[in-house]
Design a protein around this ligand. Structure first.
Ligand code: ADP
Length: 258
């Protein structure tokens, strides 16, 4: 195991201050290795989403550097930035599907980054890509929905379409921002199992923000606690006691009872 450890995401002295002066992240140093399944936990407003969005540069950071598989995404421009981003899949709380498009079409958009930017019609997709999309839908048990309109599906099914889309994108990293926040417990479990499949079967590195401690415990191999933009805990899940979660959720934010 030890000789296969490879840094996949590296944050060095990362600080993010929003335009209005709010500090989103404060001096974060973190290394996440290839194949890890990391859960980020913390109170609402702690900076979890800012952290994920900084990793794929949906947000620009104010200070420091973030590298993806050895390349600085902070400094990357143009084509280079697009190539780095292609290796990062994103799963959102609200699924981010094109609601009026078919499931197949949504899943195929995972391939868009592999085509030149001017080639953006549906017909551009190769037979091979359509096959890939279909196979991805089989992996999440939705092959029978291939021609359904995205908004005809339940929330859980829509999130699994988003997972099939990310599988079709074939990234090295998946960032999941509260992937189960709008789903019922049983559906949440199915979505988390799909993320686990991407991690275990395809070796993708998964970083997920989760509000549910129960799901975090069940699926995370490593847990990172964030409070007020800072890392306040980082450890293996197997070595993380209940009191750590209590601390992360009760400390700070003015809710402390002592
Ligand atoms: P979490 O995901 O843990 O709930 P966020 O990363 O969304 O936390 O937010 C971290 C802090 O940054 C909060 O204080 C939030 O209000 C602030 N914040 C988030 N987005 C913006 C923004 N676009 N402009 C200004 N402040 C923001």
């Amino acid at each position: 195991m030890a000789d296969s450890i490879k840094p996949m995401i590296k944050l060095k002295d990362v600080t993010k201050v929003y335009d209005n002066g709010t500090v989103g992240l404060k001096d974060i140093n973190l290394t996440i290795n290839k194949g890890e399944f990391v859960v980020i936990v913390g109170l609402s407003g702690a900076g979890k989403s800012t952290l994920l969005r900084s990793i794929n540069r949906l947000h620009d950071i104010s200070e420091g550097d973030i590298s993806i598989d050895g390349q600085s995404i902070t400094k990357a421009k143009g084509k280079n930035l697009r190539l780095i981003r292609r290796n990062i899949g994103m799963i959102f709380q609200n699924f981010n599907l094109v609601k009026r498009s078919s499931v197949l079409r949504n899943v195929l958009t995972g391939r868009v980054a592999y085509y030149p930017t001017w080639k953006t019609t549906f017909n551009m997709f190769s037979k091979e890509d359509k096959q890939k999309a279909y196979e991805a839908l089989q992996q999440v048990d939705l092959a029978d929905k291939v021609y359904a309109r995205a908004d005809e599906l339940s929330g859980g099914q829509q999130q699994r379409v988003a997972i099939a889309r990310v599988l079709t994108q074939d990234p090295k990293i998946i960032l999941a921002d509260e992937p189960t926040a709008s789903l019922d417990p049983q559906t949440s479990l199915k979505v988390m199992n799909d993320l686990k499949m991407l991690n275990e079967k395809y070796g993708m590195t998964v970083v997920a923000n989760l509000h549910s401690v129960e799901l975090a415990r069940q699926f995370g191999k490593r847990v990172i606690g964030i409070r007020a933009g800072q890392v306040v805990y980082d450890g293996k899940m197997s070595e993380t006691s209940e009191s750590v979660f209590t601390d992360i959720y009760n400390g700070g934010d003015g809710n402390k009872e002592e």
